[in-house]
Design a binder for this molecule. Sequence first.
Ligand code: AMP
Length: 113
Amino acid sequence: MIKTTIFQKIINGEIPCEKLHEDEFCIAFNDIAAQAPVHFLVIPKKPIISLFECTKDDSDLLGHLLFIGSKIAKSKKLKDWRTVINTGEESGQTVFHLHIHFLSGRKMNWPPG
Ligand code: AMP
């Protein structure tokens, strides 16, 4: 069972966020510490810790998260963006509730840090 994370509190409405989208399966909101002019997160309502814990049953949900994020990006008239999913502490994951970062509005570097 996933521990109560800050994102679970956002899903529960216990703490506020700058919400961009909500449906039955996910919520999208602006990152509180934006790393680019546009930086938002798409998270499933299902309490999944990370991609590591996903199963085949989550395939549609994962596609939905990407689709919704892209829809939001396009609604912001963006053409270029980077998506990031950190999986595990060493990758940089700090909130242990699956989330996809969407970053845009500046030139991105490669390789990522
Ligand atoms: P990660 O390091 O991949 O686990 O990303 C977690 C992200 O969540 C970071 O970019 C944080 O800035 C962001 N974050 C943490 N708390 C909040 C919050 N209350 N509202 C919005 N974003 C948050």
